[in-house]
Design a binder for this molecule. Structure first.
Ligand SMILES: [Zn+2]
Length: 124
C-alpha cells in the first residue's frame, strides 16, 4: 500500500445512493450560517495505529507504525454504514499514556467477540 493512500467514497456500496444522513444534516447547519462553508460532519471518525499488543512493548520509541483514519456516514436509503474516507496516517510510536484505565469485564468480553482493527487512543 502507498504511504499516502487516501480514498473517498461517494456512493453507498449496498444500493448506490449518494444521500448520506450526517452529511445532509451538516449541510443544513452550514446553510444556516452556524458552521464554516467547508465544514463536514461524520458518523464516526476513528484514528489509530495497527499494532500487535503482544509485541507493542518491544517496539522502540520513534518507530513509525502504519496508522489509519476512517470516517463513516449512513446511507439514507438503505441504512448501510459505510466508509466515506480512508486515509493512511503513519505515526511514530511515543511514550504510552501515564494512566491506563482497564476496561470492565463486559467490555473485555465484547472486545473479544469483535474482530476489528486495534484502536489506540492517546498513543500518538
Ligand atoms: Zn444504501
Amino acid at each position: 500500500m502507498e504511504k499516502d493512500f487516501h480514498r473517498e467514497f461517494y456512493k453507498c456500496p449496498q444500493c448506490g445512493s449518494e444521500d448520506r444522513f450526517l452529511e445532509q444534516l451538516a449541510g443544513e447547519v452550514r446553510e444556516r450560517g452556524l458552521a464554516e462553508k467547508d465544514w463536514k460532519f461524520h458518523f464516526q471518525i476513528v484514528e489509530g495505529v495497527v499494532v500487535d499488543q503482544t509485541k507493542a512493548a518491544a517496539i522502540p520509541i520513534g518507530s513509525e507504525l502504519p496508522g489509519f483514519g476512517i470516517m463513516t456516514d449512513i446511507c439514507m436509503d438503505c441504512g448501510c454504514i459505510y466508509a466515506v474516507d480512508l486515509t493512511r496516517i503513519d505515526k511514530k510510536r511515543s511514550l504510552p499514556p501515564a494512566q491506563i484505565i482497564p476496561p470492565n469485564r463486559s467490555q473485555r468480553r465484547r472486545d473479544a467477540r469483535e474482530q476489528g482493527p486495534q484502536i489506540i487512543i492517546g498513543n500518538n
